[in-house]
Structures are given as C-alpha cells and as structure tokens.
Design a protein around this ligand. Structure first.
Ligand code: ZN
Ligand code: ZN
Length: 464
C-alpha cells in the first residue's frame, strides 16, 4: 500500500520538468552500456599513477597532484573548477630498517605507521613482548611492557565486504598508544593485510593525545609469523629498529573539484569523489586513483549527454584522506550549501566491481531509484534493503551534518592484498572491473541528477 502511494505521488511530481521514469531508465541504461566500453577511468588512473605516483599529504608530489587534478578536470570538460586550500597533518617517512639481533639474527621487513615517533639516531634495541591479539596486550598492567618492543600479530580475515579490516583496525590505529601506556619503547604490528608477500602495509594511527609517542611500524605478514615462531622457542628475542620521519601538524592541503553543471536546477548539487592523496610505498592506484578515476569518468560521461541533467554533479578530489583533514575541511567550507546538497558519495574501496548499492534512507521505492535499480542486474549488482550510512571518510562529515548518502559497495576480496603497500600499483586494476564501477556510478548519478527526488523528504517520511 505504502509503496503504491509513494509511486503515485512520485509519478505526479515527475510529470513536469524532470525526466519520466521510463526515460530515466533508458538513459541510465545507455550510460551504463557506454561506460562499459569507455576507457576514461583507466586513462585517469594511468595518468595519476604514472605522472604523479605516490602523493602523501604535505609532500612535493601532492602539490603536483593538485595541479594535475585541476588540469584533468579542464581536459575532461568540467567547469567551475575550484582548488580549495586548508591545513592537514603530514607525516613523512625517512629511512627505516629492522632486524632480529638475537637469538637468530635476520632482517625484518617493516613500514613505519603514520604519526610514528622516530627512533633515536642510531636506532634502538630491545627485547620483544609478543601478543597474538590487541586484547592480550591491553590485559597487561601499567608498566608491564617497560623497555620492551611490543608486538601484536593479530590476523586479518579476507571478506568480500572488507569487514575483516574494521574488525582489527585498532591493532594498527590504537595499539602503539596502548603499548606506550604500559611502558613499551616501540610497537610492531602485523600488517592489516590479507596477503602473504613480504611487503608490509602502512597506515595511519589515531593522534597520541596525552600518551608518549613511540616508534611504531607494520611488519609484513610473513615477518609477523617469523617473530611468532621465534617467540615460541621461549628465549628472549631482541630486535633492533631504526626509523626516521618528519611531522607537520598543519601542512598545506587542497580539495579540488569540477562540475557538470545542471541545466535546470544548478544550485542543487550531488557531491561525489575519491581521495587524491595516497600512502607512499606504492603509486596509490587502488587507493585511491581508482576512486578518482571512477567518479570523474562517470560524471564526464553524463556531461556528454545531449542535454545536461537538471542538477549539478560535482566531483571532488579530496586532498587529505589518509592522514585526515579533507572531509572536515570540505564540510566546513560548504556548510552554507549543505541544504542544497542532494546526495553525497565516495569511491574508496579499491577497483573491484560494485556488487551492492545502499541508497539514501527511504528512497528505494521512488521511481527514480527504481529506474536506477533496473540497470543493475546487467552488471551483476543490486540495491540492498538497508539504507546507506557511511559513504566514505571524506564525505562522512557532510553525512553527519545531514546530507543524504549512497554507498556503492565494491568487491574488496583482493583489496587488502594491495592496500597501503608497495604493491598498490596500476597493473592491479582490472580495466573491466573499473569500467563496471563507472557504469553503476553513471547510472546512479544520472538518475538522481535528472529527477527531482528529495531524499530528505523520503527519509522524513519514515521509509527504511
Ligand atoms: Zn582510501
Ligand atoms: Zn588508504
């Protein structure tokens, strides 16, 4: 009953200026099919990873990435291109090494974590205290780790939805602070990764707060297991660590955006994008040149329609996701616009195919979203029952402030083999899967932009 009422009401609303549901479906399907054979996303990812490469916030490469972004938007026909400045934390890696000195001298493969303290010049050497889980470490009383290098070797589980990452994320983001509180002089954590290569995976940590910063690094997964085997022998294992880094709490950063301007309601804006910054070991391909490429290519395809859709589609290349700052800066700079932001979304889960879409609360029955959903079976995706909640780190501050959000869930089965490691390179992107992402994004962005769907009203209407 409710659905029929909703359909009737929406059909009446759609009968004037916005495209009718049948037209929305046809155009969305045509965009989907065009996207599947379009190489724009691949070209964008290839360009960013080749011409810029790794681009941590605060690095000279990030300045080049900023200029690349503005030039790329112009090259692809976007208008109202903006470069918005703000300040964000910047931790930059120096030389790093680690080795077991006793009882079985061997080199270890590590990567420092963002916000790690450097070791003293010449390094530090200490006995390790190894824990299989972060909870085991946290069960230690204050002072229990005095003078030790704490090691946590918790394993990450592979899952299509990437949920294994969130499940043990605290081992990386909070483990060093927990170790420092208990007197440890350094912290090593098994990489948050599903791979078995000897490449460690870096990543950020939470700010130290009132805890004394200590050196903290990720071990490659085989090196974490190597330390487990040594620890099992019951003899003290001594490790030498040498790590250098620099930290600037307020480095210059930028969010760069371009628009496909709406034809009838240009002030109503859909805000989507990916993050331009990356960690340093790879070339930032799956994280997140892919997301930049997917959203940019989807909007560009829509811009090539004979008529622009009613509403504006804005793509933002967020300049400081990994170490934080971009999302809060964007939401603050656009707070007066928030009520006119129709929907937000971000592509930041790699380059695997979209398998499931979560729409803004209460909107799945609306004709525009039904038109969108009708394009999905051909690309092996579907709209899930539950509404979207997150959207991505860079858009979440807008979501928290009330902006409607969509989540396009990618197959993350392989993502954490590559994420934040030297293996995050262009060759790992499957062009066909990348194009599938563009197809789903283009269909969604178009149907939202060329309808007058009001997600806020639908959510207030009490739908799920
Ligand atoms: Zn990312
Ligand atoms: Zn990342």
């Amino acid at each position: 009953m409710r659905l029929i009422t909703l359909l009737a009401a929406s059909a009446a609303l759609l009968s004037v200026a916005p495209a009718k549901a049948a037209d929305l479906s046809a155009t969305a399907a045509a965009l989907r099919d065009k996207a599947l054979i379009d190489s724009t996303a691949w070209s964008v990812a290839e360009s960013l990873t080749t011409e810029i490469g790794a681009r941590p916030t605060g690095s000279p490469a990030m300045e080049r990435a900023r200029d690349w972004a503005a030039a790329k938007f112009a090259e692809l026909g976007f208008t109202n291109i903006k470069v918005e400045s703000y300040e964000a934390p910047s931790w930059l890696r120096g030389a790093e090494s680690a080795e077991v000195v006793a009882p079985f001298p061997q080199k270890l493969h590590i990567l420092g974590l963002g916000l790690s303290a450097p070791t003293p010049k010449g390094g530090l050497e200490a006995e390790i205290a190894l824990f299989r889980t972060l909870e085991e470490l946290k069960a230690q009383p204050p002072g229990a780790l005095k003078g030790k290098i704490a090691v946590v070797t918790e394993k990450m589980i592979r899952a299509q939805d990437g949920s294994g990452y969130g499940a043990i994320n605290a081992a990386r983001t909070a483990g060093a602070a927990e170790a420092s509180r208990r007197g440890a002089v350094a912290y090593l954590v098994r990489s948050l990764s599903t791979d078995d290569t000897r490449l460690p995976h870096t990543g950020g940590m939470r700010p130290w707060g009132d805890v004394t910063p200590i050196p903290a690094a990720a071990l490659s997964t085989p090196d974490a297991e190597l330390l487990e085997h040594m620890a099992e022998r019951g003899r003290p294992v001594r490790v030498r660590l040498s790590m250098a880094s620099s930290f600037t709490p307020k480095a210059p950063a930028w969010n760069i955006s371009g628009e496909i301007r709406g034809s009838e309601a240009p002030d109503e804006v859909i805000v989507v994008g990916g993050h331009l910054d990356s960690w340093d070991p790879g070339t930032g391909a799956v994280d997140d040149a892919a997301g930049i490429a997917i959203t940019t290519a989807a909007a560009k395809l829509i811009g090539e329609l004979p008529h622009h859709p009613r509403r504006t589609i804005r793509v933002v290349m967020f300049g400081a996701e990994e170490q934080g700052g971009a999302g809060a800066a964007y939401a603050a700079a656009h707070k007066d616009e928030l009520g006119r932001i129709v929907m937000v979304g971000e592509s930041d889960e790699g380059a695997g195919a979209v398998w499931k879409v979560s729409l803004p609360k209460g909107s799945a029955g609306h004709p525009a979203m039904r038109a969108f959903a009708s394009t999905l079976p051909a690309v092996k995706a579907y709209v899930e029952d539950a509404p979207a909640r997150f959207g991505g780190a860079d858009v979440f501050p807008m979501v928290a402030a009330g902006a409607p959000v969509a989540d396009l869930h990618q197959d993350a089965s392989r993502y954490f083999d590559l994420h934040h490691s030297a293996d995050d390179t262009l060759d790992k992107i499957d062009p066909a899967e990348l194009a599938q992402n563009v197809a789903v994004w283009a269909a969604l962005l178009y149907t939202v932009a060329d309808s007058d769907i009001d997600f806020r009203a639908l959510a207030a209407g009490g739908g799920q």
